[in-house]
Design a protein around this ligand. Structure first.
Ligand SMILES: [Zn+2]
Length: 313
């Protein structure tokens, strides 16, 4: 008879693991934005009157290459010329459905929702030279992952375990994990593309499953996955590194059409409330700018393709 042998985990080891998770969580999260001074906001802060952030992406670049990319695009760019994509890129999308059970409420998304979301994603990228093809759906029942995983570093170990178990493809495959985010206020998170060079297995997107089938969360997070920051991430100066997104000093929620919000009055343009990389409502977000498309193309060449245009694996 075969006996399943369980690894021996002493109480002391368990305490040590929990302690380190707490220490790492307190050191690495909440992420404080060095430019605006604001902290990543979560559902707990919302009770104190803060608006919760829909996105948990830490847009701080880990690789100085992406920072240099921002600088070079800005210094070399002829602002009178509009970027017209010459190159086209198609990325694979693997949907990783992480559900608690086989019901929709438990996160078991219908195929039709995924199909509709793919169509919406491609509509949003029309004219950018970037498109997405649905290559696979992987379905996993795990109440623990569905409920516990979020964008914070406190669950980094948990996320890592999920990615190591399930992740498919290389640098040109976007794995989208649909999760419950039941303990957090976010709708999604992504890694930035420079992350792929450091830890390819952790290169992925996570979204709240209820944002399907027609939400813009996947579009927003795919923008991060291709290198974009939020327009407000670095305040009025230096800004997000994109020449044609007007400077913005703080997040905007809802859809304040007609309010002409201008949080950086010394710089041109009103705050870009209709940009996909904003925190405004889904119905309010309608486009990427040509500068953002150019930035994504440059980031793709730098981080997701090699010098001859082939996919990194
Ligand atoms: Zn974001």
């Amino acid at each position: 008879m075969y006996h399943l042998k369980w690894p021996k985990l002493s109480a002391a080891t368990l305490v040590l693991v929990l302690y380190w998770q707490a220490v790492l969580g307190s050191v690495l999260s909440p992420y404080k934005n060095p430019w605006t001074g604001s902290r990543r906001r979560n559902v707990n802060l919302d009770e104190e009157g803060w608006q919760e952030a829909p996105c948990g992406t830490n847009t701080t670049y880990r690789d100085s290459g992406l920072q240099q990319l921002v600088a070079s695009l800005n210094s070399s760019h002829n602002r009178r010329r509009q970027f017209i994509p010459q190159q086209t890129y198609t990325f694979n999308v693997v949907w990783q459905v992480i559900a608690s059970n086989f019901t929709y409420e438990g996160g078991w998304l219908p195929d039709l929702y995924i199909q509709a979301q793919m169509e919406q994603l491609n509509r949003n990228y029309e004219g950018t030279g970037i498109s997405w093809v649905h290559t696979d759906t992987v379905r996993t029942i795990s109440p623990y992952w569905h409920e516990s995983i979020d964008s914070s570093s406190g669950t980094f170990g948990l996320r890592s375990a999920m990615y190591h178990t399930l992740k498919r493809g290389g640098a040109t495959t976007m794995n989208v994990y649909t999760l419950g985010f039941t303990k957090t206020g976010i709708n999604g998170y992504s890694t930035m593309p420079d992350r792929f060079l450091i830890a390819p297995t952790l290169d992925a997107v996570g979204i709240r499953f209820t944002t399907l089938p027609l939400g813009n969360t996947v579009t927003h997070e795919s923008g991060h996955w291709l290198g974009l920051q939020h327009p407000f991430d670095r305040g009025c100066d230096p800004g997000d590194g994109v020449y044609d997104t007007p400077a913005q000093s703080r997040e905007i929620f809802g859809c304040p059409i007609g309010e002409n919000i201008d949080s950086c009055p010394d710089q041109p343009g009103l705050d870009p409330i209709h940009n996909f990389m904003e925190y405004t409502d889904d119905s309010c977000r309608t486009h990427f700018t040509p500068g953002q498309v150019e930035f994504m193309h440059t980031a793709i060449q730098t981080y997701r393709m090699n010098a001859v245009g082939e996919a990194r694996n």
